[in-house]
Design a protein around this ligand. Structure first.
Ligand SMILES: *Cc1c(COP(=O)(O)O)cnc(C)c1O
Length: 443
């Protein structure tokens, strides 16, 4: 028996190392091997048939399944308290796979507007082209707005546990309660929180998605995404709403729900991913597994440093505001205390006085922070959302989401906190120096 198979529920740190592991014969490697192969041999004619018929559990082709990818799926499903997971090539692929599994032309999706820009554009532009209507709720904790927005053809609610850049926190249990009252599943993107900080399924979410490119892999080296099925939503209760799961019958005469029970969504999502094709490389799955082995250590330290830096920044006269739910000044402090007792994550926003000009001087003066559009890296990163990720938003949309010209997104890494403060300090000093030169008419 492996540690992963033992009956008692082990702690998070133990499970991030051991959950889902299985023996790999005949040489007994301790690490999960990288099965870098397109396909797998059939012992004989009948086994080939059995693999395709689903009566033999073995692997056939890496787009359909691969032992390294499967090890990552088992580990992430365990950490997120799900019944299983599908690993795909990127976070965007995880969101797209989830949507394509659940919606059909004529359906409706209701989403928080406080979400990753790539997801917002996918929902608004690409789904619309496929005949799926999407509406956005501006304040994700305004339950009345969600209630008003749900229609008879709403097939999922979508939100993020910790949206960036403003580190506003979702009341997962409240939104899950409303979703279930209306017979709709709740999908939560848990990328910024990671299962170390919060497990949305334990608060009622039905499906969790991740960009594994961020904290799970953790080192800024690979892309990956994952869809985790909580296994609790009753698809069978609504065969008209979800015919692909509970109405249509396969060659065996069964619906997906009848065939797969609690794992029905997972099985259909796996088939959707297999057909649309965003398969992950087993090499990337290995690097994601390796990253997960230190997830709790990294996220704990990153959260501690983020809080220290947020407090320091908030006290600087050149800083207009800091959006971090760990701060006493945050309107999300109570939600953070409830959902994120182990830390509020590494990503937050700081708004520098002086608008875009000050933000440019500050950004260019930073020496340790990397100017880059990524987050969850071991290195600290800085980005100006208004001119990069959010550049397609209109001025009104930017104002509505509170993303000003002086706002910068920081993703805190694992450097020594004192070095990061020194770097921020000298960058703020550069902004002040530039102002003095300007006032003197020299610049
Ligand atoms: C990065 C990110 C994505 C997209 O993930 P990729 O791996 O870059 O495709 C989706 N959601 C959130 C919250 C993200 O941060």
């Amino acid at each position: 028996m492996t540690i992963a198979e033992s009956a008692e529920r082990l702690g998070f740190s133990t499970r991030q190392l051991h959950a889902g592991e299985e023996a790999h014969g005949p040489h007994h490697p301790r690490a999960t091997p990288i099965y870098l192969t397109a396909g797998f041999e059939f012992d004989d004619f009948d086994q080939g048939h059995a693999r395709f018929a689903g009566t033999d559990e073995g692997f056939s082709y890496t787009r359909v399944g691969n032992p390294t990818n499967a090890a990552a799926e088992r580990r992430i499903a365990d950490l997120e308290s799900g019944v299983g997971a599908v690993l795909v090539g990127s976070g965007q692929a995880a969101v797209a796979t989830t949507l394509l599994t659940l919606v059909s032309a004529g359906d409706h999706v209701l989403s928080s507007s406080s979400i990753y820009e790539g997801t917002r554009e996918l929902l608004r532009d690409d789904l619309a082209r496929l005949g799926v209507d999407v509406d956005f709720v501006d304040d994700p904790n305004d339950l009345a707005a969600w209630r008003r927005g749900i229609r008879s053809r709403t097939r999922l609610l979508f939100a993020e546990s910790i949206p960036n850049p403003k580190n506003d926190i979702l009341d997962i249990a409240a939104l899950a309660g409303l979703a279930h009252e209306r017979g709709v599943p709740l999908v939560v993107d848990n990328t910024l929180a990671t299962p170390y900080l919060v497990r949305p399924i334990e608060h009622g979410a039905d499906i969790v998605v991740h960009s594994a490119s961020k904290f799970l892999a953790g080192h800024g080296t690979v892309l990956g995404g994952v869809v985790v099925d909580g296994g609790r939503f009753d698809w069978g209760a609504q065969p008209d709403a979800f015919p692909q799961l509970a109405g249509d019958r396969g060659p065996d005469g069964l619906t997906v729900v009848e065939r797969s029970g609690r794992a029905a969504f997972l099985d259909l999502a796996r088939r959707t991913a297999m057909r649309f094709g965003p398969a992950p490389s087993p090499l990337n799955a290995f690097l994601i597994l390796q990253g997960i082995e230190t997830l709790s250590l990294r996220v704990q330290r990153q959260s501690e440093t983020a809080l220290q830096l947020a407090r320091w920044l908030e006290a600087q006269p050149a800083v207009e505001s800091v959006d971090y739910s760990g701060l006493d000044s945050s309107p999300h402090r109570d939600l953070a205390a409830r959902y994120l007792p182990c830390g509020q994550g590494s990503v937050f926003a700081v708004t520098i006085r002086g608008g875009r000009k000050a933000a440019r001087t500050f950004t260019d003066a930073l020496r340790i922070f990397t100017r880059m559009t990524h987050l969850g890296d071991v290195r600290s990163l800085v980005l100006h959302p208004a001119t990069t990720t959010h550049v397609l938003r209109t001025a009104d949309e930017l104002a509505a989401s509170g993303i000003g010209e002086g706002l910068l997104r920081l993703s805190i890494g694992l450097e020594d906190p004192t070095d990061l403060i020194t770097d921020l300090d000298q960058a703020l000093a550069s902004v002040a120096a530039a102002d003095i030169l300007l006032e003197a008419g020299i610049a």
